[in-house]
Ligand binder design. Structure first.
Ligand code: BGC
Length: 429
């Protein structure tokens, strides 16, 4: 196990506002918590108190040598009421982004990451077509206020996960269970992305900046048939892939519509990504319409299969649609005791580096352990451990490993042995 990073690949970390900030009570997720839907009852309005402790987190990023940072704006914080923008909150984001820049850490800014202001949620969020105008108003305002500091934007994070969990499975806010609504939300989000793509580029151009890059963070999985020989399993694998991610990817990148994405005047053929944002975690193994996990394979602490080869497969598939630089906008693992995170990182990076694909960024999910939506604080994905009682941060062993990979621009045999090898490696199984 040995590999070198390509010269233009930057290693960074990712975060989402709602999962770290604390103090956000004016959104759909705080409301979901209040209704008792968070497994360990952890309060998102505490999270990791990043809003107060951002300087401490930045100091840790510098210590580890993080080269780029994907962070989000909490819409409900900057626009707490319809049309009212909180200039103080925006100024605070400016301060943080400026400090990151001064530290040599460019920001990729996420404008929507699962969280809606309550006033919007009450009007139906993205299930209502006309509400896209609210999103675009907010996007324009953010670019006008932060656009001199930020050239790269994620319009929407994981529209498929948002639509599926919130409108089909009903486990996320607003708890709906309707295929039709899910498909409407996906369609509206594709339209919102396409419109935001043009708007962000235009707004920055008017501000005198021509170097804008806009994309979205696409949650992609490999869908494999449980039994490769079984035609029904093969049918469901490709069908579920299409329903969950395939059609939406085409709509958002290329303006093409196919079931379950409906027609919308803004979804017209074109190219709507300056980079291909890929969030990759796992492979699903299916024998029918339901999700499943392969037997006898390594899994993370949430039971998701660890399948490093998949990161190349999903990137290649998206790259075949639109040839743009690839940003791994998320990749990471729930590993509560930090037993296999270093190995997970090494294995995924190796696949990427040897793929021949133009991968320019790798944002590890995530920097500090954070509030993991319905899982609460119990699912740890961070390079840095957070003790939620004291809010004390401690760099994990995997964080130190990541630091060394950044310093050494790759993984040597010695580094692999020190951080990633298991005592049983090499033994017959
Ligand atoms: C989301 C993150 C989340 C992570 C791990 C992604 O689906 O964008 O917000 O924490 O996966 O579950």
């Amino acid at each position: 196990m040995e590999f070198q990073l390509k010269d233009n690949l930057l290693l960074g970390a990712a975060a989402a506002a709602t999962q770290i900030e604390g103090g956000d009570q004016n959104n759909n997720w705080y409301d979901w918590y209040r209704q008792g839907y968070i497994k360990d009852d952890a309060d998102p309005s505490v999270a990791t108190e990043h809003w107060e402790r951002w300087r401490e987190d930045l100091a840790l990023m510098r210590e580890i040598g993080i080269q780029c940072y994907r962070m989000g704006v909490e819409w409900s914080r900057v626009e707490p009421a319809d049309g009212f923008f909180d200039e103080k909150a925006i100024a605070r984001y400016r301060e943080e982004i400026q400090a990151l820049r001064d530290a040599g850490i460019p920001v990729l800014l996420t404008l929507h990451h699962f969280s809606n202001p309550l006033w919007l949620e009450e009007r139906g969020g993205f299930s209502v077509r006309d509400n896209i105008t609210y999103y675009l108003r907010y996007v324009r305002k953010m670019v006008e206020c932060l656009g001199d500091l930020v050239s790269e934007y994620v319009t929407i994070n994981e529209p498929n996960v948002y639509a599926f969990n919130g409108y089909f499975e009903g486990t996320w806010p607003p708890g709906r269970k309707s295929f039709l609504e899910m498909s409407r939300v996906m369609t509206n989000m594709a339209a919102a992305h396409i419109e935001a793509y043009g708007l962000i580029r235009k707004t920055r151009l008017q501000m005198g900046f021509g170097d804008t890059r806009v994309g979205f963070a696409n949650h992609l999985r490999v869908f494999a048939p449980k039994d490769q020989e079984n035609p029904l399993h093969r049918f469901w694998a490709s069908r579920v892939e299409q329903l969950f991610q395939g059609s939406l990817t085409r709509a958002m990148c290329m303006g093409r519509t196919a079931f379950p994405i409906g027609k919308h005047p803004s979804i017209v053929p074109g190219r709507y990504c300056d980079f291909l944002g890929v969030n990759y975690y796992t492979r699903s193994t299916v024998s029918g319409p339901a999700d499943g996990v392969a037997e006898g394979r390594p899994v993370n602490d949430l039971g998701w299969e660890i399948y490093p080869e998949g990161i190349e497969a999903v990137c290649r598939k998206m790259y075949e649609l639109v040839q743009r630089p690839i940003y791994i906008t998320e990749n990471g693992v729930c590993d509560n005791t930090d037993a296999f995170r270093a190995r997970y990182i090494a294995e995924h990076l190796k696949v990427l580096c040897e793929s021949g694909l133009p991968v320019e960024r790798y944002y590890h999910w995530c920097f500090c352990d954070n509030w993991e939506w319905v899982e609460g604080n119990a699912a740890r994905f961070g390079l840095v451990h957070v003790d939620y009682e004291s809010q004390r941060r401690t760099v994990k062993r995997s964080g130190r490993f990541y630091q060394r990979v950044i310093e050494e621009r790759g993984v040597s045999e010695a580094l692999w042995r020190e951080f990633c090898a298991y005592p049983t490696d090499g033994e017959e199984t």
